[in-house]
Each structure stands twice: as structure tokens, then as C-alpha cells.
Design a protein. Structure first.
Length: 95
């Protein structure tokens, strides 16, 4: 009986944790500035900061420009040189 209860209890705990996790994720309404920086440093092509977008301070940026800065397109996937470069430009580069 004990051997059956232990896996069942573990499954119940994991299920409760997943429900709590999904509940918190569903309530998320925006991004903190650090999240944007992390996405940009990891995903943009040799452009570590959104502020480096052409015309950033003089005009509104289009949604496509921001999407390009925050995501990786197929031709740039696994370009670790870009990630390393972007991280070296960060104010807190990894050691």
C-alpha cells in the first residue's frame, strides 16, 4: 500500500505545482525591462540593445523592428558568435 501512495502523492504534488505555475503565467500582463534585455541579448543579430536600432530616439519603432530584435529568424538560428558578442557588450557580462 505504501508503494502505491508514494507515487500517487508525488503525482499530486507535481499536478498542484503545475496548476499554480499556469495560474501565475496566465496573470502575467507585461514584461519587466530586464526580460526585454535578456531576450535582445540572446536573440538579436549583433545588436545587443534595442536602443541601437536605427532611428530609435527620433521615431516610433514598428512592431516588426521590435519583433526582429527580440526573436531569432531561421537563417540566424544557432549563431553563437552573435550571442557571445551581445553578451560582451552587456554591463554584466558572464565571467
Amino acid at each position: 500500500m505504501q508503494k502505491i501512495k508514494q507515487p500517487l502523492l508525488l503525482a499530486l504534488v507535481i499536478l498542484v505545482q503545475l496548476l499554480v505555475l499556469v495560474g501565475w503565467v496566465a496573470q502575467k500582463q507585461g514584461y519587466h525591462v530586464d526580460e526585454i534585455y535578456s531576450h535582445t541579448l540572446a536573440n538579436s543579430q549583433y545588436r545587443p540593445f534595442i536602443q541601437n536600432l536605427e532611428g530609435y530616439a527620433t521615431r516610433w519603432q514598428t512592431g516588426q523592428e521590435l519583433l526582429d530584435a527580440l526573436t531569432v529568424n531561421e537563417s540566424d538560428a544557432f549563431d553563437f558568435g552573435s550571442v557571445v558578442y551581445n553578451q560582451t557588450q552587456d554591463v554584466h557580462p558572464p565571467l
